[in-house]
Design a protein around this ligand. Structure first.
Ligand code: CU
Length: 152
């Protein structure tokens, strides 16, 4: 918000007023940014896939659920190493600390798509909706996860 008051101050003093205010308004609205969403292409018969992405929230928030029209079920999972065997568990609430980027990445937290309806092909995009709770309000944020080739 400090940036916004700076924008207002500039507003009274310079010609960049409108641009600053627009940037400011966009920033307030986009308090939660989701970027770099991707998923690996599936191989024939594969019914599950993990989606990875980065979430940045200006204020403290919690990821409380996920959905995707591409799969019957979507869940947030954590990965832990249990004696050399990777194990996944469902995470009901994933904390998004203020001002930090939380990365969902291979071998860590991810979004699991289960019972995928159609094979995911490299180059396609898969819509994923994140349900985020912030200050008692729920926001639904839709992103398009880029399907990357299996070899990556
Ligand atoms: Cu998983």
């Amino acid at each position: 918000m400090r940036q916004c008051s700076t924008a207002l101050w500039f507003c009274a003093n310079t010609a960049v007023c409108i641009a600053s205010l627009i940037a400011c308004a966009a920033r307030v609205q986009a308090a939660v940014l989701v970027e770099n969403a991707w998923v690996r292409a599936t191989v024939p018969g594969q019914k599950v896939a993990a989606v990875y992405l980065d979430i940045h929230s200006d204020a403290r928030a919690t990821l409380i659920g996920v959905r995707s029209p591409a799969a019957s079920t979507a869940e947030v999972h954590s990965t832990s190493n249990d004696g050399g065997v990777a194990k996944m568990r469902q995470v009901q609430r994933l904390d998004l600390p203020a001002g930090q980027t939380v990365r969902l990445a291979p071998n860590g937290n991810h979004i699991m798509l289960m019972d995928i309806k159609q094979p995911l092909q490299a180059g396609a995009r898969v819509p994923v909706v994140l349900i985020i709770e912030q200050k008692g309000k729920k926001k639904w944020i839709q992103v398009q996860a880029e399907v990357r080739p299996v070899t990556q």
